[in-house]
Design a protein around this ligand. Sequence first.
Ligand SMILES: [Cu+2]
Length: 177
Amino acid sequence: MALTSPDSKLWWNEKVGRAELMWITIAFLWGLFMFGMMFWWHLEGNQNLSNEVYRIAPDKFEAKVEAFAEKYKVREEAGMPVAKPEPGADVYMLSRLWEWWPILELKKGQTYRLHLSSLDWQHGFSLQPVNINIQIHPGVEHVVTLTPTQSGVFSVVCNEFCGQGHHQMVGRIHVVE
Ligand SMILES: [Cu+2]
């Protein structure tokens, strides 16, 4: 039982069993290997996002996104502007209760700087079906450099529970040839 004292008071001086030592070594080396993989995945695997982050007041971000949507609006879908910026441009999308705004239209193979922030509280930017996830906070502007590799219609769903309309918080990104 754990409540009885060990035979020897200085139990930490006792020899560690062979099997235990082996598992400690394996776990330690595996941990080191996986730590190294974080850098490898970042550089070679294209799996981690190298995003830039800035502080910004929500109303300032809102003004930037509105100016962006007005400048690049090409049409409307379901009452929402569709912005089609030129390749290489800074692209903006905001999250708020309960929408991702505006809709974007990007060109396949071109690189954009996507700016994301929230106007109220925390939302989760989840790009489907490719499953890229970014945490979106108010007061913080994330800039993600992105190059779409497939054309089609992509959905942005909120994957951070944000209240009553959470399940309806769906945005859209068109990628065209
Ligand atoms: Cu949500």
